[in-house]
Design a protein around this ligand. Structure first.
Ligand SMILES: [Fe+2]
Ligand SMILES: [Fe+2]
Length: 294
């Protein structure tokens, strides 16, 4: 290994993935010209183009997760591996739930353009699960599940309207996971984990933007009652979201204490961002109850 001073390498995944930005611009123009459904179709085309396979990853050529430096004690090495296993487990859990939700969206969506699009999202989420499972095996197994994430998924799966589900899953959750993938990728340079996170950054970018485009279609003719229900559901979801955002598995409890202030700041940004998204979709957000002091 070279002893070069550490230089900040660029992130491999393009932070502004041009084809996605193009599709977003085109979908916004479609919406402006009253052709919202065409916007959803653009993400179907993009998703097909972006499809990848788990076998495309360089398994066996680079380490699955970051390796602890050679001189470290066995105990330290094991503690580090446990941290990475818990990181992988949280993402595996999220993608297992995402498969269920994408399947539900595919079944429920009445628009043919949306059905086409969701057929790709079900496959994407299933492939993400496949990648995390293989990575978990390579890293020595899985760890503790986040009970609050299971609860959030249950609430979204049991939500009554399609408008609520698309908002919660795609407009809110798919968006906030993207910076998390960037953070993991940055601390896992030169590993399969980094590669997976970079691919998921792009996939989830498409999942989010397609959801925004479809939510525009759905809300165009939605009744006041449907819109009010969406805000009411958000108020029910937010306190659980806070618990999820601040939860740490025991392997990372020590990091949790150090990171608590950062977690709280990020949580506030995520919630504020979600409210901004809701407002840009024409929803009345004045009844949203912030789960923290503004
Ligand atoms: Fe996913
Ligand atoms: Fe996703």
């Amino acid at each position: 290994m070279s002893a070069d001073p550490v230089t900040e390498e660029p992130i491999n995944a393009d932070a502004t993935f041009e084809p996605l930005l193009e599709a977003e611009r085109a979908a916004a123009a479609d919406a402006a010209h009253d052709q919202r459904a065409r916007g959803v179709l653009r993400f179907y085309e993009l998703a097909k183009k972006q499809e990848w396979q788990v076998r495309d990853l360089p398994w066996g050529e680079i380490p699955p997760i970051p390796e602890t430096r050679a001189g470290a004690s066995t105990e330290k090495k094991e503690r580090r591996r446990a941290v990475w296993r818990s990181v992988i487990t949280q993402q595996l859990q999220a993608d297992e739930l995402a498969v269920q939700m994408a399947g539900q969206l595919l079944n429920m969506a009445p628009h043919p353009e949306a059905k086409l699009y969701y057929s790709t999202m079900v496959q994407d989420e299933a492939r993400h699960v496949e990648a995390w499972l293989k990575l978990a095996t390579e890293a020595g197994g899985t760890a503790e599940r986040d009970p609050h994430l299971d609860e959030l998924a249950r609430m979204t799966l049991e939500a009554e309207t399609l408008e609520e589900k698309v908002f919660q899953m795609q407009v809110f959750f798919e968006r906030l996971i993207i910076p998390r993938f960037r953070l993991i990728a940055r601390s896992a340079r030169g590993t399969i984990l980094e590669d997976v996170c970079n691919r998921l950054t792009i996939d989830d970018g498409i999942h989010h933007s397609s959801g925004v485009a479809y939510e525009r279609v759905l809300l165009e003719h939605a009744s006041k009652e449907t819109k009010d229900r969406l805000i009411k559901a958000a108020n029910g979801l937010l306190p659980i979201f806070v618990e999820h955002a601040l939860w740490r598995p025991k392997e990372r409890a020590w990091i949790g204490n150090v990171m608590r202030e950062t977690d709280i700041r990020r949580l506030q940004e995520d919630v504020t961002d979600g409210i901004r998204m809701a407002s840009s979709l024409g929803l009345d957000v004045s009844d949203i109850r912030l789960p923290f002091a503004a």
